[in-house]
Design a protein around this ligand. Structure first.
Ligand SMILES: [Zn+2]
Ligand SMILES: [Zn+2]
Length: 320
């Protein structure tokens, strides 16, 4: 996986307007994001498709549907993008029916806020046919501290259900619950069909503040360029993975005998075991980080880039 091919366009893919329970009317929702530099917006009101257009912002039709399943104790919220009308009643009987309808209609579907919904990782494995999950939902985080669903995602990835990770606002008030989670899309053009195609192909990353200039990763190489991160988390199947922070690498270099370290003015190289980690530092943060060697991975590989406590980026997984 190597991105971007074109350039990043910021997108808000889960928002609510006065057409359901949001505070701004649809035009003002799009204008709100447009003036904050977003180039793609989807208004995803509950149970309906709100049509809205804008001269500078690409708008993608969307909706959010709440639906149950015989196999799960809690109900799912599903965001569906790229539909022309709301799913009919007979497609809303169960999540299986809804995802089947979504797939038949060529839509992009993702499971909203699994942690907020109290879904388990297993609940993400028993249903098939969705494209992604919300790894970060800003509204759920500021509301009840349940915005992060990384462990749910990893459980599903570990158990054979592959999907992408999205960050969203799920904004209703457009005060503290907005501009906190988004995706950066690498679309060829900024029209709805090109944006949907890029989403389906996983050509995007999720962010709550870390800007990723480029990334490339496989089983033997992980290379990122960012605006500055304190750590890179390598997440993989079962109990595989790695944690590479500025602090930990410095400690490792000082405390372990079998670690080779080279330091220079704005970076360092640390070699231990099968891995060689090379970082370029600015103000104590990695702006470039490269890991070479056999990465400790199994089944899948994804990277989380940590800026501060509430600032991160999530790259989409690859199968290994
Ligand atoms: Zn919801
Ligand atoms: Zn919502």
């Amino acid at each position: 996986m190597k991105l971007p091919r074109a350039s990043w366009a910021r997108a808000a893919l889960h928002t609510h307007s006065t057409c359901s329970d949001g505070r701004l009317d649809p035009e003002r929702v799009v204008e709100f994001y447009g003036s904050a530099g977003y180039r793609v917006v989807s208004v995803t009101d509950h149970n309906k498709v709100t049509s809205v257009s804008h001269s500078r912002v690409a708008t993608i039709t969307g909706t959010e549907i709440e639906v149950g399943s015989e196999k799960a104790a809690c109900r799912y919220h599903v965001v569906i993008l790229g539909l022309s009308e709301a799913p009919p009643q007979d497609a809303r009987q169960s999540i299986e029916d809804l995802l089947y309808w979504s797939r038949e209609n060529g839509c992009f579907a993702f499971i909203a806020h699994p942690y907020w919904s109290m879904l388990s990782g297993h609940d993400l494995v028993t249903v098939k046919g969705y494209h992604g999950i919300e790894v970060y939902n800003h509204g759920c985080e500021v509301e009840i501290s349940r915005g992060y669903s990384g462990p749910h995602w990893d459980y599903a990835l570990s158990n054979g259900t592959f999907s992408y990770g999205l960050a969203v606002d799920d904004a209703h008030r457009y005060t503290v619950d907005a501009l906190g989670g988004w995706v950066e899309i690498d679309a060829d053009e900024l029209d709805p069909s090109s944006v949907l195609k890029a989403l389906m192909e996983g050509r995007f990353y999720a962010s709550s503040g870390v800007a990723v200039k480029s990334f490339e990763f496989s089983e033997s190489l992980a290379r990122v360029k960012t605006d500055g991160i304190l750590a890179m988390k390598v997440l993989s199947g079962d109990t595989r993975g790695a944690y590479l922070s500025v602090k930990m690498l410095k400690q490792l270099a000082l405390s372990e005998r079998n670690v080779e370290t080279e330091l220079w003015e704005d970076g360092f190289r640390v070699t231990f075991g099968q891995l060689r980690v090379e970082g370029k530092l600015e103000n104590g943060r990695f702006t470039e980080l490269e890991v070479r060697g056999a990465l400790p991975v199994k089944k899948f590989l994804r990277l989380e880039l940590i800026g501060d406590a509430d600032r991160a980026a999530w790259l989409n997984p690859v199968k290994v």
